[in-house]
Ligand binder design. Structure first.
Ligand code: AKG
Ligand code: FE2
Length: 230
C-alpha cells in the first residue's frame, strides 16, 4: 500500500489558493489511502511514545500529539520525548517524505495556483506531528515557528471535518478566513503564509465518511522540515 499510495490513490479535485503560499486541495487522498494512513496512526500511537497533550503555559492541550522523526514540545524539537517518557521517537517513514513531495509537486503543477515553484524537488520533511482531536478538541491560534527552516508545512486531515482558521503572519486576530477541512483534504502553507497564525476552532462530530478508517474524531498530520541536524 505505501507504494500504491503514491501512484494512484489521489483524488482529482483542483487546488485552490487561500492566500499567497496557502493552498487547499479538497479530497486529495482517496479513501483507501485515508484508511491506510489511519491504521499507521494507530500503530504510532501504540508506542514507544504515546500521544500526549502538550503543555502550553501550564495548560494541557485538548489535542493529543504523537511525533515522528523529531519530538515536538513547546518550543523545541528533540530526538527523545523528554516531556512524555524520555523514549526516542519513531523514525519518519520514507512514504511520508514522498507524500510531502508529491503534495508540493501536485500543487506546483497547477498553473491556476502557481505556488511553490520547484520546491518539491528539494523538500525533505524530517518530522511529522500527528494530532488526534476528539469531538470536543480544538487548537488555539498559533504559528508553527519552532522550525529553523522556512520550507512549507504539508498537512493532511482524516476523519471528522473541522473548521480551520487561517490567519495572517502578524497576529492572532483578523484578517483570517475559516475553511472546512474534510477527510482526505490537503493543506499546504509556505511562502508568505508559512508563519501565518492558524488554529482549529471546531471539530464537526459525525462528519467522518464511513470509509475513511476513523470512527470518531479527527486525525491531522503535518509534515515539516525542522532545519535541525543530529
Ligand atoms: O489540525 C490541524 O489542522 C492543524 C494542526 C496544527 O496547526 C499543528 O499541529 O501545529
Ligand atoms: Fe500549527
Amino acid at each position: 500500500m505505501s507504494r500504491a499510495l503514491f501512484d494512484a490513490d489521489f483524488g482529482d479535485r483542483a487546488p485552490r489558493l487561500l492566500a499567497p503560499g496557502a493552498v487547499h486541495v479538497p479530497g486529495w487522498l482517496e479513501p483507501e489511502a485515508q484508511r491506510w494512513i489511519a491504521e499507521q496512526f494507530r500503530r504510532w500511537a501504540a508506542g514507544p511514545v504515546p500521544p500526549r497533550g502538550a503543555r502550553i503555559r501550564g495548560h494541557e492541550m485538548s489535542v493529543k500529539t504523537v511525533c515522528l522523526g523529531w519530538h515536538w514540545q513547546p518550543y523545541r524539537y528533540s530526538r527523545t520525548a523528554d516531556d512524555v517518557n524520555g523514549r526516542p521517537v519513531l523514525d519518519l517513514p520514507d512514504w511520508m517524505v514522498r507524500m510531502g513531495r508529491r503534495a508540493l509537486a501536485d500543487v506546483e503543477q497547477d498553473p491556476a495556483v502557481a505556488a511553490f515553484a520547484g520546491e518539491s524537488a528539494t523538500y525533505r520533511p524530517d518530522t511529522a506531528l500527528a494530532n488526534f482531536y476528539t469531538e470536543s478538541a480544538s487548537m488555539g491560534m498559533h504559528q508553527d515557528k519552532d522550525e529553523k527552516s522556512g520550507a512549507p508545512v504539508v498537512s493532511i486531515s482524516l476523519g471528522d471535518a473541522c473548521t480551520f482558521r487561517l490567519g495572517n503572519p502578524e497576529h492572532r486576530g483578523r484578517p483570517y478566513r475559516d475553511i472546512l477541512l474534510a477527510s482526505g483534504d490537503l493543506l499546504i502553507f509556505g511562502g508568505p503564509s508559512r508563519f501565518a497564525y492558524h488554529g482549529v476552532t471546531k471539530v464537526h462530530p459525525g462528519t467522518a465518511p464511513a470509509d475513511c478508517g476513523v470512527e470518531g474524531g479527527r486525525i491531522n498530520i503535518t509534515l515539516r522540515e525542522t532545519g535541525l541536524s543530529g
